[in-house]
Design a protein around this ligand. Structure first.
Ligand code: GLN
Length: 193
């Protein structure tokens, strides 16, 4: 399985290592032409959504990436990746890919709780360790979006068809089950097309 990892800024190396540990092939996406590769899925890492978003525009990659995701290419966005995929962001006027019918809140945990770790249930997976770093959460989801994990009453993971997002960073733990969940999502998608 060939997974493209958006490597413009942020925590992308950890995703590559995790994918490789699961037997997938991970390739870096650094410029527009890389988006033409025959990926089975794409990961948008955590980092700063404003920086990644700006680079996507400057490198003329935004439209191609949006078209790929809208066309059904499986995508997994973590943290800033969640913000980039969100159709709406309550506390930011910027919009990026906007392919997923969720409303996100940036830096939602305030300064005190900027970063924290917990272990919480994830639908269909079980209890997983979750690392939050200046994380967003999902304020609301549209029809057709399934909330996969709720922590302290806030949605921190969701799925809409081939789009998966987590507010936390599964790649910063040694638990590979969320990445496995994404790869299983791709396998199920491939068997349908
Ligand atoms: N605070 C970042 C943002 O708004 C997200 C943080 C992260 O990806 N760990 O984009």
């Amino acid at each position: 399985m060939l997974i493209g990892v958006l490597c413009l800024q942020g925590a992308f190396i950890e995703h590559i290592h995790m994918l490789e540990s699961l037997g997938a092939t991970a390739e870096e996406i650094r410029q527009k032409k890389d988006l033409g590769r025959p990926f089975d899925g794409i990961i948008i890492p955590g980092g700063e959504s404003t920086v990644i978003g700006k680079l996507l525009r400057e490198l003329d990659m935004m439209e191609d990436l949006r078209a790929a995701v809208s066309g059904g290419l499986p995508v997994f966005g973590t943290c800033a990746g969640l913000i980039l995929l969100a159709k709406d962001i309550v506390n930011d006027d910027r919009r990026y890919l906007g392919t997923m019918d969720i409303t996100a809140r940036r830096n939602a945990y305030g300064r005190q709780l900027g970063s924290f770790a917990t272990v919480s249930p994830f639908d269909g997976v079980g209890d997983v360790p979750m690392t939050f770093i200046r994380a967003p959460y999902i304020e609301s989801v549209g029809e057709g979006v399934q909330a996969l994990s709720v922590v302290d009453g806030k949605i921190v993971a969701a799925r809409q068809d081939n789009q998966l997002v987590t507010a936390f960073h599964p790649e910063l733990t040694d638990d590979t089950r969320i990445h496995k969940y994404f790869l299983d999502m791709i396998t199920a998608h491939k068997s349908k097309v």
